[in-house]
Design a protein around this ligand. Structure first.
Ligand SMILES: Cc1ncc(C[n+]2csc(CCOP(=O)(O)OP(=O)(O)O)c2C)c(N)n1
Length: 272
């Protein structure tokens, strides 16, 4: 058996380096998971479009040799929908932070899921707004201390996977940066899926969430904590939901098919 240590080098945009992520940030791992998934599927990043809004996670496409679109915070879904409408043959992948996907971009997210737009969305959920200094996010766990909730968050968080499922997404799974093999497998399934596919990856933000909520800026401690908090879906289903309220329930939640959205008409170049 040959052990492949590195993803395909041509997929990384060398002129984008050095990268901007903090030491130990999970975004680097998610970038690696994505590159490995592409390698294993034999897909070239050059043949796809990767989109990011604004935020740390949203910068992942910048480091890929791809048609990358880095635009306005929370507006990844309209771009992805537009690109897919004009180039239905092209794989479209969105990289979004939890804030980008669910806070400012929440409305776009639910409607893209409802329409079953044929795109893959990788949400890097670091449980806070990292780029702007560690503010509370729609996914911040109840009671967690952040830069803007010094006495602990009193807001109940969204369950991103449940929201995606309820909105109509046809592939939904959640893994973490402590579950690399499963996350790569989920990204591969999502990219092969026809329809709105969502892979949530719970990720460490040692600089903000680690320091404010976990009392340590050590990336290892953050990943260890994420691992301890994770429980498989099959186990969680047998437990009282109140017992698992502060856990990350991991696994595949939806894998189904229904007609995808192709817009009302597609311009085929023919004159009227
Ligand atoms: C329209 C708009 N509103 C707000 C901001 C400020 N802003 C930039 S990044 C960000 C939050 C980023 O959080 P998230 O999307 O979770 O990504 P992360 O940085 O945590 O990966 C905010 C509020 C902005 N750039 N544009």
């Amino acid at each position: 058996m040959s052990l492949k240590l590195y993803p395909r080098r041509e997929s990384v945009r060398k002129d984008g380096l050095p990268h901007f992520f903090c030491p130990g940030c999970g975004c680097g791992q998610v970038l690696n998971f994505f590159l490995r998934a592409c390698d294993e599927l034999g897909m070239k990043t050059e043949d796809m479009t990767c989109i990011g809004g604004v935020g740390c996670a949203a910068r992942i496409p910048i480091y890929l040799s791809t048609d990358a679109l880095h635009g306005i915070h929370g507006r990844t879904m309209p771009w992805a929908t537009g690109i897919k409408m004009t180039r239905p043959d092209m794989p479209v992948v969105v990289f979004a932070g939890d804030g980008d996907a669910l806070s400012i971009g929440g409305n776009h997210f639910i409607h893209a899921a409802r329409r079953n737009v044929d795109v893959t969305v990788i949400v890097v959920n670091n449980l806070n707004f990292a780029m702007t200094g560690g503010q509370v996010a729609p996914t911040t766990p109840l009671t967690a201390t952040t830069m803007t909730t010094p006495y602990g968050s009193s807001e109940p968080p969204f369950d991103l996977c449940k929201m995606a499922e309820t909105s109509g997404a046809t592939y939904v799974s959640r893994w973490t940066t402590a579950h690399g093999i499963q996350a790569i497998r989920a990204i591969k399934t999502a990219m092969q899926h026809t329809g709105f596919s969502v892979v949530e990856i719970i990720s460490q933000c040692p600089t903000h969430y680690g320091r404010y909520a976990l009392g340590s800026g050590s990336p290892e401690k953050s990943v260890e904590w994420i691992k301890e908090q994770s429980i498989p879906r099959t186990r969680a289903e047998k437990m009282d939901p109140e017992e698992t309220a502060l856990n990350f329930v991991i696994g595949e939640f939806v894998n189904t098919q229904r007609p995808v959205f192709w817009g009302s008409t597609i311009y085929d170049g023919a004159e009227e």
